[in-house]
Design a protein around this ligand. Structure first.
Ligand SMILES: Nc1ncnc2c1ncn2[C@@H]1O[C@H](COP(=O)(O)OP(=O)(O)OP(=O)(O)O)[C@@H](O)[C@H]1O
Ligand SMILES: [Mg+2]
Length: 407
């Protein structure tokens, strides 16, 4: 971000570089002056330069997108041509550019389901970006809603620093180790301002959700490979670059859209969510197959874990029952600490699992960058998480079998 809080041109270029290329996309360019864009901002696209009359005979075989230079086209003829496009059963995504954009023309453009306006002067990368976004929104609309069969586990902390991110990473890695299929597990860090998952894994976060502003519908499945960072062959990470305004800049729709696409693309999705409620928190929990609340074995953390679990149950009575994971269990207690039985009394429920404390393994892994299971495979943390993951998988199989018998 620049000193004004807005992104610099360089950063915009980086975003565009990370987006899908225009190679092979067919663009009908209306306006004689548009030839040079084929070499610059629309490099790779197949461009047909035509007059406004070409729009009258438009069909899906002509182009994937229409680009119109309003300054070199008669506005009246253009309004009529846009009206004929709007009458088509599937109007093309259309981008209008120019310095003179009469209101009547813009009104005609807005009758199209997928359209955008770029007022001159603009930078070449702004044109690239607008075209990519429109193409993405169009393929999202055409794609329909594939049925998702993925399993989604959401993990949150009862108090700050309880170990939510650490447990989420180890759970995701354990699932990836159980899978032979490439890119079958995705870890999603929804701590949008300062998520630590990427830093713990030594990865560079690439999920640039803030760039889409209010246009979540433009986030397309084809962008996932650019947003997801591979951790292993089986495991990808979706995490946003650090941005103090992250929570304000990314609307609920963008979070839900990326999760929807992620669930369509991966077999397993593990989500690390912040413990404070966000506009999308309830949706994420409602869409999860499992919710894990990570707590420490201290009185305040146990009280918080109980309150948070009760809150989730009250809000989502039909949703998944939160399971409590007690993290950093020490073999030798330093000072007075609740026993497991006392902890369960305070929680008023059974703890699902305990994860041992192993500071050396946890610190070594974050310093080296990678899961504990990779750098310290013999750590008790790894063993405990493995037991937890196996139990959750077995529970799920049992539930599935019961549902099949009942049906
Ligand atoms: N079982 C464990 N044994 C030893 N250290 C641990 C264990 N679990 C987590 N840690 C360490 O505790 C610290 C906090 O862990 P982590 O960042 O995972 O917590 P968090 O709940 O995600 O925190 P935040 O509230 O900031 O999101 C880290 O230094 C991590 O390495
Ligand atoms: Mg965290």
């Amino acid at each position: 971000m620049g000193p004004t809080g807005r992104r610099s041109d360089r950063e915009f270029e980086d975003v565009i570089m990370s987006m899908p290329s225009l190679t092979g996309r067919r663009i009908l360019a209306v306006g004689e002056g548009l030839g040079p864009v084929a070499e610059g901002p629309l490099f790779g696209a197949v461009l047909e330069i035509a007059g406004v009359e070409r729009l009258r005979a438009f069909g899906p075989e002509v182009a994937d997108l229409v680009l119109i230079d309003a300054d070199s086209t008669d506005p009246e003829a253009l309004v009529a041509a846009l009206a004929s496009l709007a009458d088509l059963p599937a109007p093309p995504p259309t981008l209008l550019i120019g310095a003179r954009l009469p209101a009547g023309l813009v009104r005609a453009l807005l009758k199209l389901e997928r359209s955008d306006v770029l007022e001159a002067p603009f930078k070449p990368e702004q044109l690239t970006r607008a075209v990519i976004s429109l193409l993405a929104s169009s393929s999202a609309a055409a794609g329909g809603a594939p049925v998702s069969t993925s399993r989604c586990w959401t993990i949150t902390g009862a108090v700050g620093g309880a170990g939510s991110t650490t447990v989420a990473i180890e759970v995701a890695y354990a699932l990836a180790q159980r899978s032979r299929k490439e890119r079958s597990v995705c870890l999603v860090d929804l701590n949008l301002a300062d998520g630590a998952a990427a830093a713990y894994l030594g990865a560079t976060p690439a999920l640039r959700l803030a760039e889409f502003g209010a246009h979540a519908e433009r986030i397309d499945a084809s962008m996932l490979p650019a947003f997801a960072v591979p951790v292993t062959k089986q495991l990808d990470l979706l995490a946003c670059p650090r941005d103090p305004e992250g929570f304000d800049l990314v609307p609920r729709e963008a979070v839900l859209r990326i999760l929807e696409l992620t669930c369509e693309a991966y077999d397993w999705v593990v989500i690390d969510i912040p413990r404070h409620r966000r506009p999308w928190t309830v949706d994420v929990l409602a869409g999860s197959d499992e919710v894990l609340v990570v707590s420490e074995l201290t009185v305040p953390a146990l009280i918080a874990a109980r309150s948070l679990s009760e809150e989730i149950e009250r809000r989502l009575p039909e949703g998944p029952t939160p399971r409590i994971v007690l993290n950093r269990l020490a073999t030798r207690m330093f000072g007075p600490a609740p026993t497991m039985a006392e902890a369960e009394r305070a929680l008023q429920r059974k703890a699902e699992a305990g994860v041992s404390s192993d500071w050396e393994a946890a610190a070594a892994s974050v310093n080296l960058g990678g899961p504990i299971a990779q750098h310290r495979p013999k750590s008790r943390i790894v063993r405990d998480v493995s037991v937890l993951v196996d139990r959750l998988i077995a529970d799920e199989k049992r539930r599935k079998a019961q549902a099949t018998r009942a049906a």
